[in-house]
Design a protein around this ligand. Structure first.
Ligand code: CU
Length: 152
């Protein structure tokens, strides 16, 4: 009987420690919310080949919350790109030089409806690193952009 008060004190200390761990776990989740990071984008497998399937949504490509998988194509080769809009907004697909000049794909006024799929053909003759975007105003900034590498 004389040990009972001490047991209660120990139980309170343990409960306090568990409570602190629980609170700090919540705090970490609030302060550092789980979200897509550049590392996550890098983990997406590179898309290659003569037929590439791209899914568009808010605000990325192929299920990445932001950004899109790297695409690698061969210079001078005709590539089919299958574009599916799984988002709620109109989206589109355009390839640009790194300083923003369009070189292939669709314009911002030629969009794909939510739920629709369209296949386009592209060909880039100059090897190098390009970007692909959804050219609808504001969408690249929200995350709809990725890297496309054109190899020799
Ligand atoms: Cu878009």
């Amino acid at each position: 009987m004389e040990y009972q008060p001490k047991t209660h004190v120990n139980a309170a200390i343990i409960a306090g420690i568990i409570g602190l761990i629980w609170l700090s776990a919540i705090w970490v989740n609030l302060v550092i919310p789980p979200s897509a990071t550049p590392a996550e984008a890098e983990e997406a497998p590179t898309l290659r080949g003569e037929r590439i399937e791209i899914v568009m949504h808010e605000w990325g490509f192929n299920q990445l919350k932001r950004g899109g998988p790297t695409i690698e194509i061969k210079a001078g080769q005709e590539i089919e790109i299958v574009l599916t809009n799984q988002g709620k907004n109109f989206h589109s697909f355009q390839i640009r030089t790194k300083d923003g000049q369009p070189v292939a794909g669709l314009t911002k006024d030629d969009t794909i409806d939510p739920g629709a799929t369209r296949t386009i053909k592209i060909r880039i003759d100059q090897p190098g690193e390009y970007i692909y975007v959804c050219p609808v105003s504001g969408h690249p900034e929200k995350g709809m952009q990725g890297t496309i590498i054109v190899t020799e």
